[in-house]
Design a protein around this ligand. Sequence first.
Ligand code: C2R
Length: 212
Amino acid sequence: MARTASRPAGTKAGARKKTAKKSGQKAASGSSPRSGPRPTRAAAARTTATRGAGKRGRPQVGILYASTSDEPVMKECWGLLERLGVPCERKLVSAHRMPETTAAYARGARKRGLRVLICGAGMAAHLPGVVASLTTLPVIGVPLCGSAMEGQDALLSMVQMPAGVPVATVAVGKAGAKNAAILAVQMLALGDPALTRKLDELKRRLESGEKV
Ligand code: C2R
């Protein structure tokens, strides 16, 4: 696809090109976690479509994260999805602290057109498991650091799900946040040749030494 060739899919070089093009534009409200004061939990419980999601279509990926302290890592996930041109939405929601909101989101996700869910959480990371128990959509878990146990607690909480309720668990931290985005796109690409071409392009760029 011509568009893919002119904008390196998903790589940092691609993101820099895009940023340079857009310089001078103001970031959409809520799209930059560090641009203002930390949101209260109630305010942040709103679902935010990521930049460009509206133009590109309805969100296909829902990214959940359990605390504002998880945002700096999880933004790597939605940043990569944006660079790959996949519409997604993000939501701050904790299964521990906001169980009703979590359940409502998980139960309604498929009906709203979402096709893959990504959940980032640290410590006793129950968010992805709870979400996976309430939906038949595939759930990818991103274990996060942020405790004395450096993410091993979250990793084990996610990866050791009982039979019947899978959570596809990726690496701890930023690498996992990026891999969750790529894995989600790989799932979506099973029925989408244009997305497959973007993934092929990403592979070529990795091969040439670029990093995502
Ligand atoms: P705070 O910084 O908000 O106290 O959160 C978050 O992901 C975060 O890493 C501390 C850590 O608690 C995690 N947390 C969960 C859940 N809710 C909060 N794992 C959950 O529902 O799984």
